[in-house]
Ligand binder design. Structure first.
Ligand code: ATP
Length: 261
């Protein structure tokens, strides 16, 4: 199995889905090296996300997927390489500046402020919303509640008392309140029942249809590849494979070789 076999040709990608063909890249990661102190995790990783696509990052435990997302969002600083987002270099910027550039991140573990209500969590997300006014925040909130009616019903409930799926909705909603061009979601399905994952994917497809590019890290390979246009397989901090998700899904060898099962 060679990288070349799955690499997509330059230019628009035919995802085979009902979605419109993606345009040029919004995100281009080149030669990224990053880690934690002396521990190097990413070893010269390259990644390209086209505008309008749904892109999945998959890989075994400890491959470096979350580390990649953290580097893109400025939660850790790369030691080398570049992260170009719509013509802006993200490497070296703070997480807040990266939010301002248009990158929203729903981190692993459905992170919410447990002692705040759902609405307070969402309003916190609007903290860095560009050109924010009371009216624009209220209208963003209404839009989030349209995507997530369950959050609307529970707007005055403490986020810590929500179910796992509702907490994931709240975390995604909070990231959406920054009006991102690129929404990053780390481990959408972690710890959630299949029916809840299905509900979340249904909502995400609406968010995507409304114009947001999606980057997902997902342990469940069938969820990841079934929902995405293209995917990148990360192994030991490097890209092992990339290509149309349906091609990767059709090759059982990928699971055994790179995903350990
Ligand atoms: P998983 O699917 O299991 O979440 P992953 O592909 O997301 O794995 P990362 O979380 O990026 O992998 O971890 C990659 C490596 O970095 C692992 O060996 C992990 O132990 C290490 N690592 C992650 N976070 C830290 C940290 N804060 N300090 C030190 N090492 C870390």
């Amino acid at each position: 199995m060679s990288l070349r076999h799955f690499e997509t040709a330059p230019g628009p990608v035919d995802s085979g889905s009902a979605r419109a063909a993606p345009a040029g890249p919004v995100l281009t990661v080149t030669g990224l090296r990053a880690g934690y102190g002396p521990i190097q995790v990413l070893h010269g990783l390259d990644l390209e996300i086209a505008a309008g696509e749904v892109h999945a990052i998959i890989g075994g435990n400890g491959a470096g997927k979350t580390t990649l997302l953290r580097a893109i969002s400025g939660l850790i600083q790369p030691s080398a390489g570049s992260i170009d987002f719509c013509g802006n270099e993200l490497a070296g910027r703070s997480p807040a500046e990266i939010v301002d550039c248009g990158v929203g991140h729903a981190p692993e573990g459905h992170r919410v402020f447990r002692g705040l209500t759902v609405e307070e969590n969402l309003r916190l997300g609007a903290f860095r919303r560009p050109g924010k006014t009371r009216a624009s925040v209220n209208s963003a909130l209404a839009e989030i509640f349209e995507f997530f009616p369950k959050l609307s019903e529970r707007r005055r409930q403490l986020a810590g008392t929500l179910s796992g799926g509702e907490q994931q909705m709240c975390a995604i909603g909070r990231a959406l309140m920054t009006a991102p061009k690129l929404l990053i979601i780390d481990e959408l399905s972690l710890g959630l029942a299949p029916i809840i994952v299905e509900e979340l994917l249904h909502i995400l497809s609406k968010i995507h249809a409304a114009g947001t590019t999606l980057l997902l890290v997902e342990q469940d390979v069938s969820v990841a590849l079934g929902f995405s246009d293209r995917a990148t397989v990360v192994s030991s901090g490097q890209v092992a494979l990339r290509g149309p998700a349906r091609d990767l899904l059709a090759d059982p060898q990928i699971i055994t070789t790179y995903l350990g099962g």
